[in-house]
Ligand binder design. Sequence first.
Ligand code: KIV
Length: 306
Amino acid sequence: MSFQMIAMPSSATERKKVTLTDLQRKKVQGQPITMLTAYDYPTAKALDEAGLDVILVGDSLGMVVLGYPNTLQVTMEEMLHHCRAVARGARTAFLVGDMPFMSYQVSVQEAVRNAGRFLQEGGMEAVKLEGGRERAETIRAIVAAGIPVMGHLGLTPQSIHQLGGFRLQGRHAAEARRLLEDALILQEAGCFSLVLESVPQQLAALITQQLEIPSIGIGAGAGCDGQVLVTHDLLGLFDRFTPRFVKQYAQLYPLMRAAFAQYIAEVQDGSFPGDEHSFTMSEEEWRSFLQQTHNLVPGLFAENIK
Ligand code: KIV
């Protein structure tokens, strides 16, 4: 593994809770916002301790943790289960829960109810949902219920069949114009931030300049106000495919496999567990035990009792 050991920032116990005001201030002051995904307690804890601004419990959960072919099968119950684990691990990062497919598309009322569950049952502080102008009414209603909403434009994986695959969005002028319009509509609808996924970098930078709220890019270049990646991609833990926009900071999957193979070999050859990983009874207690039990299994213990 080759990555630099970077000094940890002030520990999470010293760091103050990250709020929406902090994220907005970062946009105004030109300080990049950092966001990554987490789906479990230890990852959330490590991200928090490393000083991350925003943890997203993404519906990428379905692909990188649950083994589904895409994000469409992820349910509210699965999302909430993992949100709770993340909320237990994170102390200071701002927590965003990703609304799964069909949890906000059927009706505005259902969308508000499901968004509320992320806060009430999942321990999240905001929700994210995918889509452009067609979601404006839903976003307005969720925000009116007091729930912060992060939008998601460009490559929206829940529309994968409509988009014809995981591909760059906004490559052509008309499509790019629609994306810019959508970004402004979502801002007007009340989103506190927008994810821009798989969008040409000039377009993402221009949208970012036009927005008062922070943009968070993934495959959208350095001109966004912040960046997000799927943590399993960053760690090299997801082996099915790695999009071009991912930088792998570690390759943990081969390390994991090697550790498992070594465990299997050591159990098989008897070298694990050794004495250092085992517990011993005192000689006195052991003798007493043998004396008390030799009637039960006389053949087995007779030779051990002096
Ligand atoms: O589900 C997810 O992890 C996401 C990020 C890629 C933004 O939506």
